[in-house]
Structure formats: structure tokens, C-alpha cells
Design a protein. Structure first.
Length: 435
């Protein structure tokens, strides 16, 4: 077999066989197929798509490209959660300690920022010393001891996806349904949890912009998960505007901490409650979602979810004092308000543009090698449907470079549509897919 022939076959619209997909994934993982050929293949897949059979074969080939974790020596039903990626999506930072504090073991694998979206690992690194590069042994021990561990993709876990994820991030090949579904589900299958709750984003800040595509992606992933013997549920949630108010690594950590202290933004709290209640039911801790939501409200009220975050940060080498003193998190040198140019209502926010503002400020990667600036980003003050007066602050921008600040500010203002007519606020949760 030759990679050249496979690229041509896919480029011309013919489906790849399981053997061909295995050859390609094994070769790429072993470094025998170079990035430039794989980039061409990703672009061919982007335009030609993949059948259900091809997507399943790709998922299994990537899941099996390294170790498949066996979590059977961790007590209880292990639940994992994954988001398809969005702007201001700091859900795992608040949700996983909530669920762990409620007694469901969270064994989670997370990723870094991708395209215009942020990643949980980058955000968690705002805690000085924190590392997700932990061994399998430590991962399991931490889940058994404190009920929560988050690991990054090690060289041994779905290494094919790790390489491909970084490649797609810089070759404009992220937003393809089969590539997203196989990327997420290969990691989830390799990471070994018994149940998986997926947060599938929809809207201008998501990789899937149209609701019907998000539902299709959800169905595809739920089918892949259930087909591989893991109970999988998907929640489709709004990403037509950033989640909560904060966008940017340390700023989002601060907002997650506020949420665990009981003063989180309404939409963010609703999402944590929805995903968390499905996780508690799947983990056997609650008979139904109503009971689950009560348990989750209690762990916020009694402070145990915040303490769980501190315990988790410390167990993975981070400075837990930052959980109790978030004012010591990384800070940017320039903080400026972005003022509304007119009276009216925020009618629309082009959400991925807000993610790009954070990228421009240094909060994301331009190339595979870029280092990110944890302190920069934006805190919104007005969201879709809100009334504004000319001169009101739409957002506070946090930057370390004046030129980047000006660029991001201009882009931010172009992303907001302010008009005379009030608009209806859209619901956050758009639907649930269970099979
Ligand atoms: N998250 C992933 O893990 N992979 C993708 O392709 C997109 C979002």
C-alpha cells in the first residue's frame, strides 16, 4: 500500500477500506507517513467526508494506536465528559469537581486549545505547577483516593489522535463531522471510562455551526460509544455566543471558581447542572435528574466542590492556594474597556470571532510550537439580547501587547451587531441524544 494512492482515492471520492485506514494510522503514528501527506489526506477527507463504516474504522484505529486504559481497579462507575469545543467553555473546570464531590469518580482525559476554541489543559495550567502529564498509575490512584483525575493525552493514549489533532489545528481541517467524532471518541474509548457524557456545541462558536449538523455529530458519537459498549449520552448546547462571560485561560479559571462559590453566570450554571445530572444518574448516584441536581446544588452550597477542586489541583502538582486566592492567577498588564458605539440591543455575536480575539491576544496557538499567554482574554459584560447604551462597556479586554490589543478590539467590535430591535434569547440546551 502507498499513502499517495490512498490520498488520491479519497480525493476522488472513493471510500477507504478498514485495512487502508489501519495502514494510514499505523504509519502516521510510527512516523513513517509524513505530516505533509497526512495534511493532504485530512483535506481530502474534509471535502469528501467519510461513511459510517470509515468513521468507525478510523475511531477504532486511533483508539487502538496506543494503550487502552483498563480502569477496572477503580471502584464505582467511572464517568467521563467531553465537549466538542467552544468559546469560554470552562465547563470541565467546575463540573468535574462538582461531580467528584457528589461521589461519582471522574476519570477524564482532556485536550489543549484547538482552532478558535480553548482547551481544558491550557486552562488548568493557570495553576502554577499543575500537570496533566501524569502516569497511568497516578491517574488511577488519584481517582481512587480523591475521586478525580484529569490526564492529557500521553504518548501512549490514542497517540494517532494526538498527532492528528495538532496537525488539524494548523491546517484548517478541524470542522469535519467524521474527524471530530473519531477524534473525540477514540480518546474516550482509550481512556476507559464506563459512561461518557458529551457536550455537543452548536452555533457560530462551535465547529458545527448548524443545529442539524450538531445533532448529526451527536448521533454519530453516541452510536460509536454505545457500539463500543460504553453508555453514551449527548447534550446539544448553545455556542452562538460565549459560555458565561470570561474567554481566556486564567480568566475562565476565575469564573469557574466563582461558580463553585455559588456565583456563576446563569447559562454556565445551567450547563453544569444539566451535564452533571446526567453524569450522576449514569454513575448510579442519583435515581433521576431532579435528585442529581439537588445533590449538585448541595456540593456548591457546602463548599465541598470548591475544596475538591483544590484537592485535585494539589494532587496534580498545582498550587491549591490559587483556588482560594484567584486574584493571584496570571494577570495581564493592560486592561481596557470596549465601549458600545451605539444605543440598542445586542442582536448577534459572531462567537468564533470572540475566540479569535483571545487567540490574537496570545491565548491560543498560531502554530504547533506556539506558547500561550495564560493571562490574556476578554470578560464580556453584554450578551445577546441585552440592552446597551452608547458608551456602556461591552467587554473588558486583558492584554500584554498594545498592538494585539488594538487588533483584538477592532475584531471584537465587528463581531457584535447592535441594533434597535430587541431579540429573543435562545435556549441554552437544544436537545439530548441517547441513541
Ligand atoms: N475536540 C476533539 O477532541 N477533537 C476534535 O476534533 C474537536 C474537538
Amino acid at each position: 500500500m502507498r499513502m499517495y494512492d490512498l490520498i488520491m482515492k479519497k480525493r476522488n471520492g472513493t471510500a477507504l477500506s478498514k485495512e487502508e485506514i489501519n495502514y494510514m494510522i499505523e504509519g502516521y503514528t510510527a512516523g513513517k507517513i509524513p505530516d505533509y501527506q497526512m495534511s493532504a489526506m485530512m483535506m481530502a477527507i474534509y471535502f469528501q467526508g467519510m461513511s459510517e463504516e470509515e468513521t468507525f474504522a478510523l475511531t477504532m484505529a486511533m483508539a487502538e494506536s496506543g494503550d487502552m486504559l483498563d480502569l477496572s481497579d477503580i471502584h464505582g462507575i467511572k464517568v467521563d465528559k467531553h465537549s466538542t469545543g467552544g468559546v469560554g467553555d470552562k465547563t470541565s473546570l467546575a463540573l468535574t469537581p462538582m461531580v467528584a464531590a457528589a461521589g461519582v469518580p471522574v476519570a477524564k482525559m482532556s485536550g489543549r486549545g484547538l482552532g478558535h476554541t480553548g482547551g481544558t489543559i491550557d486552562k488548568l495550567e493557570s495553576f502554577t505547577g499543575f500537570s496533566t502529564a501524569i502516569s497511568e498509575r497516578q491517574f488511577k490512584d488519584n481517582v481512587n483516593r480523591i475521586g478525580i483525575a484529569i490526564m492529557g493525552q500521553t504518548a501512549d493514549l490514542a497517540p494517532a489522535d494526538k498527532k492528528l489533532y495538532a496537525l488539524r489545528d494548523v491546517t484548517a481541517t478541524v470542522d469535519n463531522m467524521s474527524l471530530i467524532a473519531s477524534s473525540i471518541m477514540s480518546k474516550k474509548l482509550a481512556a476507559g471510562a464506563d459512561a461518557i457524557v458529551l457536550d455537543v456545541k452548536t452555533g457560530s462558536g462551535a465547529f458545527m455551526k448548524k443545529e442539524e449538523d450538531s445533532f448529526a455529530l451527536a448521533r454519530e458519537m453516541v452510536k460509536l460509544g454505545n457500539g463500543a459498549g460504553r453508555k453514551t449520552i449527548a447534550v446539544i448546547s448553545d455556542m452562538d455566543q460565549p459560555l458565561g462571560y470570561a474567554v481566556g485561560n486564567a480568566l475562565e479559571v476565575q469564573e469557574a471558581i466563582d461558580t463553585l462559590k455559588g456565583s456563576g453566570p446563569k447559562d454556565f450554571v445551567e450547563l453544569c447542572m444539566t451535564l452533571g445530572s446526567y453524569m450522576l444518574v449514569a454513575g448510579g448516584k442519583a435515581a433521576d435528574r431532579k435528585e442529581a441536581e439537588q445533590i449538585l446544588a448541595n456540593v456548591i452550597q457546602n463548599g465541598s466542590a470548591l475544596d475538591k477542586l483544590a484537592e485535585f489541583v494539589e494532587a496534580q502538582g498545582g498550587d491549591k492556594e490559587l483556588v482560594y486566592h484567584p486574584e493571584r492567577l496570571p494577570k495581564a498588564s493592560y486592561v481596557q474597556e470596549i465601549k458600545s458605539p451605539a444605543d440598542g440591543y445586542v442582536q448577534k455575536i459572531v462567537c468564533d470571532e470572540i475566540g479569535i480575539c483571545s487567540l490574537i491576544l496570545g491565548g491560543g496557538r498560531e502554530t504547533k510550537e506556539s506558547r500561550i499567554d495564560l493571562s490574556v482574554g476578554l470578560v464580556l459584560h453584554k450578551k445577546a439580547g441585552d440592552q446597551v447604551k452608547k458608551g456602556d462597556s461591552l467587554a473588558t479586554i486583558h492584554a500584554n501587547d498594545q498592538t494585539k490589543l488594538e487588533m483584538a478590539k477592532e475584531r471584537f467590535l465587528n463581531a457584535y451587531t447592535i441594533g434597535g430591535q430587541p431579540v429573543e434569547k435562545k435556549p441554552l440546551i437544544r436537545g439530548i441524544v441517547m441513541k
